[in-house]
Structure formats: C-alpha cells, structure tokens
Design a protein. Structure first.
Length: 161
C-alpha cells in the first residue's frame, strides 16, 4: 500500500471588494439571485450566477418541492438556463452564495456533488475550465476549475476506454 495526498490551490479573498470587477459583479449577481429562491422546507436559500463567453450573466436560485428530490439547486438552474438559451456560448465562471433568514451566510456555500458533476461536464463540453467563486459574507474562495473540488472526476472520455 502507498499513501497518497491530494492538494488543491485556490485563492481566498477576505472581502468581495478585493475581487476583480468582473468577479465582484458575478458574486453580486449571485447574491441578487437569492431573491428568486424557493426554499420553504430547508430555509436555505442559494443563488448562482454564470458568466458566459460574451460577458453576459445568467442567474438561478434553488427551487424546493415537497416531492423530494423534485427540486433543483441554484447552480444547475443557472447552468441549464444558460445552456438552453445560449448553447453556443461557453460558461466561463460561476459564483455561488447562500443565505438563511434573509442574511447572507458568513461562510462560503459549496456546490453539492450533482452540481459539481454538471460543472465538470460543462468544462468537458467546451474544453475549458470554469472558474468557481464561492462567496460568503466573510470572504470568497476562487478555484480555477471544478476539478479542484472534484478529484478523480468522471466524464465522457472515461466511458470510451
């Protein structure tokens, strides 16, 4: 047996004001998207904003349903809307934030496993990494690719070997 270690690189910003203007705009769009969240069961609101290759932003918010698992996460809501309405535009980055009781979470909100897989497939589809911004009241984590959050990932090429 051999023990191995996985390390990831990411940037941590103490304030949204430290971000580049484009990233700050995307985080602010994700925060505004929280208003569209429907979370009567968990009371955990999530907003997401996707920046496309033409610079446009598409937002989404989590949508819960009493018939679990019929709801949908904010990240997938935004990504699916972006791709459905702009199939020729690459997804360049996504910002994700969460709130409870009308207050932005102090810490970051990370994507669930299903959302990580969808982001991965967007990277695979367009053959380019997607920048991930996890935004909270006390800071933002920036990752260059979903592969930093999803090591040993599974994509179409895995099925062709």
């Amino acid at each position: 047996m051999t023990n191995k270690r996985i390390e990831i690189d990411y940037q941590e910003f103490g304030s949204v004001q430290e971000l580049e203007p484009q990233d700050r705009e995307l985080c602010e769009a994700a925060e505004k998207a929280l208003a569209g969240s429907y979370a009567p069961y968990s009371n955990f609101n999530v907003g997401a904003a996707v920046r496309l290759s033409d610079g446009s932003i598409v937002t989404g918010a989590n949508q819960e349903n009493s018939a679990y698992p019929s709801g949908l996460c904010a990240e997938r809501t935004a990504m699916f809307a972006a791709h459905a309405n702009h199939p020729d535009l690459q997804m360049r980055s996504i910002a994700i934030t969460g709130a409870q009781n009308g207050l932005l979470n102090s810490g970051i909100t990370a994507p669930c496993g299903a959302c990580r897989q969808v982001i991965l497939e967007m990277e695979d589809r367009y053959q380019r990494p997607v920048r991930i911004l996890l935004y909270g009241e006390n800071g933002t984590y920036c990752f260059d690719s979903i592969k930093d959050l999803l090591p040993f990932c599974f994509v179409d090429s895995n099925m062709k070997e």
